[in-house]
Design a binder for this molecule. Structure first.
Ligand code: P1T
Length: 379
């Protein structure tokens, strides 16, 4: 089946008891057993729930994987992967990352004796030269949050395989509509389903998708044992959101291109980060592994200090100043003080997360209204 058909149908059949076409919200914590162990595949909703199972099967289909696991947040999904590690292990990851991912690495798991090495994931030599016998995990965001750097997912996959290292790709910024890391060698795809997958900014959720059954069993153990799993109402909402993922992503990409192109010519903007520009340093890799370039655009304001940047960020009327991304509505975010505030200033500035950087999540409103909003902000 092709993407749009899977987005609408995968994992979902008419309800066997009533014929309901939409998967019901199975709002139950537990399931009847006729005798101990004799049940219909569902025992207790921390471990399994039919609404969540439909969502997990749909997510797996969209990422071309066999197994899907849904979590109560993207961070809970990340945490579950990190539980596979042991003290003394090393992780290679990117120098540009979501602030919460940096925080769980450095402020939670480093305390358990795990070492995190931050490299420029667009530079394969930097990545390769940091691999050693203790390296047990490579964690990649592509496009990165918020600088929109692109890593060559396939080449990193080959490196990971050769060195027997678990390889995870956080595919939140691209969504499975734009790229499928499992097809490029990733062992696990991670998502903040809060973003494009749900698409309506009304749920916080995470997901892992993978192919290997023994790895799935290890992850499922922590999923059930620790219990960071979402409720059925949220699973229903994300399942509904997925039905329009392909339509929304097309519109995000079109609007993203228009906004990025407009801003690039604007005299008040010093720099525009968007991987669809032919002179973006990673454009050729983006073109090779992505179907389009997405709706995330980051900008550096010309000659603006922190106070002026705050003034500009507060002036938007159609864009809303808020954390998060990937919803139908356009958002503007100030990474240095909001989403990436937990990264030390000197570390974030080294990769470009400066005080005068704003990140736009371009929504699916009429692009003329988005551009008119930018026009009034910068006039
Ligand atoms: O917020 P949560 O669903 O727990 O997902 C965390 C997460 C993981 N990975 C990436 C690439 C992310 O962007 C996020 C969440 N990011 C934001 C809230 C943000 O505004 O960037």
């Amino acid at each position: 089946m092709k993407f749009a058909t899977k987005a609408i149908h995968a994992g979902q059949e008419a309800d066997p008891t009533t014929g309901a076409v939409m998967t019901p919200i199975y709002q139950t914590s537990t399931y009847q057993q006729l005798e101990p162990g004799n049940h219909k595949g569902f025992e207790y909703s921390r471990g399994t729930n039919p609404t969540r199972k439909a969502l997990e099967d749909c997510l797996a289909a969209l990422e071309n994987g066999k197994f899907g696991l849904a979590f109560s947040s993207g961070m809970a999904a990340t945490d579950t992967v990190l539980r596979l590690l042991n003290p003394g292990d090393e992780v290679i990851t990117g120098d540009d990352l979501y602030g919460g991912t940096y925080r769980i690495f450095m402020k939670v798991y480093e305390n358990y004796g795990i070492k995190f090495v931050f490299v420029n994931t667009s530079d394969l030599n930097d990545l390769q030269s940091n691999i050693n016998s203790k390296t047990k995990l490579i964690w990649i965001e592509s496009p990165t949050n918020p600088i929109l750097k692109i890593a060559d997912l396939q080449v990193i996959g080959e490196l990971a395989k050769k060195n027997n290292i678990l390889y995870v790709v956080d595919n939140t910024f691209a969504s499975p509509y734009l790229q499928n890391p499992l097809d490029l060698g990733a062992d696990i795809v991670m998502h903040s389903a809060t973003k494009y997958l749900n698409g309506h900014s009304d749920v916080v959720m995470g997901a892992l998708i993978l192919n290997d059954e023994s790895l799935f069993k290890r992850l499922w153990f922590y999923y059930n044992a620790v219990g960071g799993t979402p409720g059925p109402q949220d699973a229903f909402l994300v399942l509904r959101g997925l039905k329009t993922l392909h339509l929304r992503m097309k519109a995000h990409c079109e609007n993203g291109r228009k906004v990025a192109t407009y801003l690039r010519k604007h005299p008040k903007i010093e720099k525009v980060y968007w991987p669809g520009f032919e002179d973006h340093p990673d454009f050729e890799i983006a073109k090779k592994q992505m179907r389009d370039f997405g709706g995330m655009v980051s900008i550096v304001l010309k000659n603006a200090d922190l106070a002026e940047t705050f003034r500009i960020a507060s002036r938007f009327k159609v864009f809303t100043l808020a954390e998060s991304l990937g919803g139908v509505e356009s958002l503007v975010n100030h990474p240095a003080s909001m989403t990436h505030g937990s990264i030390p200033k000197e570390k974030r500035e080294r990769v470009g997360v400066v005080d005068n950087l704003l990140r736009l999540s371009v929504g699916v409103e009429d692009p003329d209204d988005l551009i008119a909003d930018l026009e009034q902000v910068f006039s």
